[in-house]
Ligand binder design. Structure first.
Ligand SMILES: Cc1cc2nc3c(=O)[nH]c(=O)nc-3n(C[C@H](O)[C@H](O)[C@H](O)COP(=O)(O)OP(=O)(O)OC[C@H]3O[C@@H](n4cnc5c(N)ncnc54)[C@H](O)[C@@H]3O)c2cc1C
Length: 487
């Protein structure tokens, strides 16, 4: 199946029937009928429909190198600046459709997989068949429009290894407990897979960094498997969907990406789905040399911009309805958001302007502007949510529901809750949106998500710092000024 449409997406997820647990019970029926998933899945379906819509198809797909059929453009390896531009336009189309609220829109993982594929030869250094596995798997995903979640962070409990009396170490970290003719047997858990059950497959890999890299470690492996493989169990967090009403819950009713704890109970991963086994060094090299965080950073920055534009729109509209758009204190806050948005847009342009071909033939955007954005956004996003709260005050919480507007209180609400130039229903709709973005459970998760999206802040800043080759140049300028010699 080349680039799929919404119905094909829904049918495939509903048919898979993985073992999903929600509030202590296993989900039996179709996921798209379940209150925790139906809004999200319908949004996902709308994204996939765009791939086949005459207005978008040309910008969202490209001709498959193997069949010539249209396949998702986010799978495309960029080889020229024009390719990068095409990828950006495609990612912005999806980003603007979900206003940056879906961290796991399909282009994110498609991009990550593409990066791994381009550098597959690194995997072959230890075992040639692993490189071949990655190449085949990428092609399988591209040609069948397979959607992916990913997991690499292990539960906190796995970080407290116990030293036993016999000198061995007891751990609950996910690990390979056996290798046999058919594949590897995996046991243990991963802390989090966002959209784990609303995608087709899960890609598991080690963190991109390790403070104590090991060779032949049973904890280091990468593989991809369908979500419904025997032995895989998904435990959902509480749903943040407030209800079905798009008026009352404008965001959570459409965009709540379920997070799941993934349990592997003696799961047999077939050999042709294994990409890394044992080597932390190889795994770290794959991340660094494939440009995983650079290609993905390009996608993430497009999403940041879509989200920032939407947030700025909410803030500007709030200021208008409160008739405070001309207050200096309001202008100062709004300008803060404008500065952040314009900074991000400039970083995106700079990343493409500085793109160079890497040794795998990929046109790789300049990492410095992208990773700068990854440091900035997690800091400014919570501040933007604070600005919404500061601007809205009690209006963010004194929010009647859709039912109130069709019931007895309607006349009073219309009189007392109207805004400047908008009626009470319009103002309430806007302020419910502001609440869902900044203050509801859904909004809280969004903020947490942005804080940790590419790792915690020390990981993200370290990535930028370590790769910043300009450091020597700037020290050199100072040494020259001081009349000191460069060593
Ligand atoms: C909403 C959400 C969705 C996510 N989705 C996914 C997903 O789809 N797939 C996936 O693999 N992961 C996902 N993650 C996990 C994400 O990658 C991690 O949250 C991130 O890597 C940080 O790891 P952690 O949560 O274990 O936090 P920790 O590593 O426990 O860090 C928490 C805090 O403790 C600090 N800290 C940690 N160690 C030390 C130390 N030794 N000394 C001092 N301070 C320390 C950190 O700096 C940080 O501030 C998601 C997280 C969130 C919040």
């Amino acid at each position: 199946m080349p680039a799929k449409n919404g119905k094909q997406f829904l049918d495939r997820i509903n048919r898979a029937k993985p073992s999903v647990w929600f509030r202590g019970e296993q989900i039996d029926g179709r996921l798209s009928d379940h209150s925790a998933f139906r809004g999200l899945m319908s949004t996902q379906a709308e994204l996939y429909d765009m791939q086949n819509h005459p207005d978008f198809q040309e910008r969202m797909t490209y001709a498959s190198p193997t069949t010539g059929d249209p396949v998702g453009l986010s799978f495309m390896q960029p080889k020229t600046r024009e390719d990068l531009e095409k990828r950006r336009q495609m990612m912005m189309l999806w980003g603007e459709k979900h206003h940056g609220l879906l961290g796991r829109s399909p282009d994110y993982m498609n991009t990550g997989l593409m990066a791994f594929y381009t550098a597959a030869e690194i995997l072959g250094e230890k075992e040639p068949k692993f490189a071949e596995n990655m190449r085949r798997y990428y092609e399988f995903c591209r040609e069948n429009d397979i959607s992916l979640s990913h997991a690499f962070v292990q539960p906190h409990a796995s970080r407290f290894d116990e030293l036993l009396e016999d000198g061995s170490i007891e751990t609950c970290a996910a690990r390979v407990i056996e290798e046999n003719e058919e594949g590897i047997i995996v046991e243990g858990a991963f802390l989090l897979a966002t959209q784990g059950v609303t995608t087709d497959e899960i890609l598991v890999y080690p963190p991109a960094y390790s403070y104590m890299p090991e060779e032949d470690s049973p904890r280091t492996f990468a593989f991809a498997v369908p979500n419904n493989l025997p032995g895989i169990r998904w435990i959902c967090r509480e749903s943040l969907v407030g209800g079905d009403s798009a008026f009352d819950y404008p965001l959570s009713s459409r965009f709540d990406e379920m997070d799941t704890l993934v349990l592997f109970d003696h799961v047999l991963v077939p050999w042709d789905r294994v990409f890394i086994l044992g080597s932390d060094h190889l795994s770290m090299r794959l991340f660094a040399e494939s440009g995983f965080h650079v290609h993905c950073g390009h996608q993430v920055l497009c999403r940041y911009i879509a989200k920032m534009e939407f947030t700025l729109g909410v803030i500007l509209y709030m200021a208008e309805t409160l008739d405070r758009a001309t207050y200096p204190a309001t202008i100062e806050k709004i300008s803060e958001v404008i500065v952040h948005l314009e900074t991000l847009k400039s970083l995106l342009i700079a990343s493409e302007a500085g793109a160079v071909l890497d040794r795998f033939g990929s046109m790789l955007p300049d990492r410095r502007p992208l990773w700068t954005a990854n440091v900035i956004f997690p800091k400014v996003y919570p501040r933007m949510m604070e600005i919404i709260q500061l601007l809205g005050g009690s209006g963010i919480i004194m929010l009647p529901s859709e039912l109130d507007f069709s019931g007895d209180p309607k006349a009073d609400l219309n009189k007392y809750l109207r805004g400047s130039d908008v009626d009470a229903t319009q103002k309430t709709a806007l302020f419910r949106l502001a609440w869902d973005l900044s203050t509801s459970g859904f909004g809280g998760r969004q903020t947490l998500y942005e804080r940790f999206f590419f790792g915690d802040s020390s990981v993200v800043t370290n990535r930028l710092y370590q790769s910043y080759t300009d450091k020597k140049t700037y020290i050199g300028k100072v040494k020259t000024f001081l009349g000191q010699k460069d060593e």
